[in-house]
Every structure is written in C-alpha cells, then in structure tokens.
Design a protein around this ligand. Structure first.
Ligand code: HEM
Length: 206
C-alpha cells in the first residue's frame, strides 16, 4: 500500500533519524572500545567497558531495530518496493547482517561490562574480547556507511524477476556486481566465522 505524502515524510524522518543515529552511536561505541583496548589505566578501562555496555543496550540495539522496522515500512509503503531496486535490497541485507552480528555481540558486551564493575577486574583482563569488540564496531561502521551511500545515491538497477530467456545474458550494472559480490562475501564470512571459526556469542570470553 502506497503511503500518503504526509505519512511518508513522517516515517522518512523517523528512518533517517534512527539509521543515521545508529551510525553515530556506533562511532561512540568504537571510540570507547579503542580507548578500552589502548589504555593501561584500570579506571579508564573499567569506565569505557561499562559505557560500552550501556551504549550497546540502551542506544545501539533500539536504533538498529528501529532502522530495520522504519526501513521496511519505507520500502513497502512507497513505490521503491522491497525487492524491486538493488539499492533497497542491498540496504536490507547490510542492515540484516549488521543487526544479527550486533545481537550476537550483546552477550559478550554485557559480560565485559559486568566484569569491569567487579573489584577484581584489572586492565589486562579480557583484552581479546575488547579487541574483538573494537574490530567488530569498526567493520560495522563501514557496513552502515555503505548503507548511507546507497540511500543517498540510490544507484539505478532493477531486480530481475522470472527466468532468463534461453541464451540471454544477465547484464547487471557494474555497481550491482561489485556490491553484490562484497555483500555475498560478507554474509559467507559471517557464517563461516560463526559456525566454524569459534566466533559465536561466547567468543573471546576467556
Ligand atoms: C543502516 C541502515 C540504513 C541507513 C543508514 C539508511 C539511511 C537512509 C537515508 C539517509 C535515507 C534518506 C535518503 C533520501 O531521502 O534521499 C533512506 C531512505 C530510504 N531507506 Fe534507508 N537506511 C537504512 C536501512 C534501510 C533498510 C533496511 C531499508 C529497507 C529494507 C531501507 C529502505 C529505504 C527506502 C525505501 C528509502 C526511501 C524512502 C523514501 O523515498 O520515502 N533503508 N535510508
């Protein structure tokens, strides 16, 4: 169902606010994670680790889910459609990957924040986990920035439906081949890391 212009603007405001807000919140998380990795001061590492837990649960996670919901509404309620344009489809895949990785990392993030609040915590504890969280946040930011670029440029390219006529060659725009390959590799890597590389929710916990 196509939305009225007034509803569309209202929901677009919500979509841009939540999605770009997600990028900003993740940048803050990354800054905290980098300081938590690099600092040798116990109080600083503690403070950063606790702040990472709060930012992840209270800001990043709600914004990621709101982005997904408002994005789906914008796609389904406008002529863009969900599976009509490659830029919308790719944004959906990028957002889905980023959200799944985030949800998997919430457990380890809580663990770090809880450990940092205990009297026995020292600045050399859970260094592997802190480093892993910084790397994931940096990679996540790149993924979200790719979604912003797709949203702003909206490169042309319609998703083909139905089988190709025999002998026909599927001609895709260059940017679709590039983004499609990068996203396919990303999904494959996340799958391999999770199921075979020990990168599930409990990774780096020791
Ligand atoms: C982190 C993820 C995302 C970011 C950063 C993002 C960002 C944006 C931005 C900045 C715009 C405004 C572009 C403009 O008006 O020129 C936009 C529009 C749009 N987004 Fe997203 N978005 C994200 C996820 C999604 C998802 C998951 C979907 C749907 C599956 C989606 C679908 C759309 C659609 C259809 C529009 C156009 C709306 C309209 O013209 O009314 N977005 N997005």
């Amino acid at each position: 169902m196509i939305m009225s212009p007034r509803t569309r603007k209202l929901l677009l405001t919500a979509h841009v606010t939540t999605s770009v807000g997600w990028c900003g919140a993740l940048a803050v998380f990354l800054a905290h994670a980098l300081v938590a990795v690099m600092s040798r001061e116990e109080q600083i590492v503690r403070a950063m680790s606790i702040a990472m837990g709060l930012t992840a649960w209270l800001v990043i996670m709600p914004l990621s889910l709101a982005t997904l919901v408002t994005g789906l509404t914008q796609a389904l309620g406008t002529a863009w459609g969900l599976l009509r344009h490659y830029w919308v489809l790719f944004k959906l895949l990028l957002t889905a990957v980023a959200t799944v990785v985030l949800l998997l990392k919430l457990g380890p993030i809580s663990m770090l924040a809880e450990a940092a609040g205990k009297a026995t915590f020292s600045s050399s504890d859970l260094v592997g986990l802190r480093t892993s969280l910084a790397l994931h946040a940096a990679a996540g930011l790149v993924v979200l920035l790719a979604a912003v670029v797709l949203a702003i440029y909206k490169p042309a390219g319609l998703v083909r439906k139905g089988p190709l006529a025999s002998g026909a060659i599927l001609v895709l725009p260059l940017w679709v081949k590039f983004f499609g390959t990068v996203i396919a590799v990303l999904i494959l890597l996340v799958g391999i890391m999770m199921f075979f590389g020990g990168h599930g929710p409990g990774a780096h916990a020791s």
